[in-house]
Design a protein around this ligand. Structure first.
Ligand SMILES: [Fe+2]
Length: 205
């Protein structure tokens, strides 16, 4: 049985996480809000602490806007510096680094449910945003599980998204892909306005 968390809960950082998003995330903000919402829903499914899981989702790419696509520095010192300003525990940094398995996997393995969920859902929230944005309505309410799956099979669409990583939900979470997409889509629909994917076009840039 996989542990839900390594040891610490850090749900008390939720207000601070919101402030950090306002201060540091612009282009990445919708992805971070979406991932936070999805992680909260996954915590409820798997019995984790919803606030803690949400914080991990909200902050996992907090450094991305300032890195200019420099993957080498992702989850490195710039992120550590920001997290220190809110006195985040080491566990949060570890949980965040674990989503970047190709670089940090040896030090921070996918050994808790929180980490496994974040690893799989990270690519999916980004993909669902891409699927929504190519629709004429740009309204996530119009997106269904089958539309997401169809686009996943289209290798030319959002080619940078690692489909394999999303599909690992079946092995890592024992969750069928359809259910995983449905839960994530539902969670994202609940924050549609915040992520600019609702029928209210005035919220879009
Ligand atoms: Fe991400």
């Amino acid at each position: 049985m996989t542990l839900l968390l390594e040891h610490a809960s850090y749900g008390h950082l939720l207000p601070a996480a919101h402030s950090l998003l306002t201060a540091h995330a612009d282009k990445t903000k919708a992805h971070l809000i979406a991932t936070g919402a999805a992680m909260e829903a996954l915590a409820k499914k798997f019995g984790g602490d919803p606030a803690t899981w949400k914080v991990a989702g909200m902050l996992h790419d907090l450094d991305w806007d300032q890195l200019d696509k420099d993957y080498e520095r992702h989850c490195g010192e710039p992120l550590e510096v920001i997290l220190k300003t809110i006195e985040a525990p080491q566990e949060l940094l570890g949980d965040i680094r674990a989503h970047y398995q190709s670089k940090y996997g040896a030090e921070y393995p996918l050994d808790t449910m929180l980490r496994k969920c974040l690893f799989c859902v990270d690519e999916l929230t980004g993909f669902i945003i891409a699927v929504t944005l190519v629709r004429p309505s740009k309204n996530i309410a119009d997106v269904e599980v089958k539309s997401v799956k169809k686009k996943m099979k289209d290798k030319g669409f959002a080619a940078q998204v690692d489909r394999e990583q999303i599909a690992q939900c079946e092995e890592l979470l024992s969750m069928p892909l359809d259910d995983f997409i449905a839960l994530t889509l539902e969670a994202m629909k609940a924050v549609a306005k915040e992520i600019g994917l609702s029928s209210d076009v005035s919220l879009r840039e």
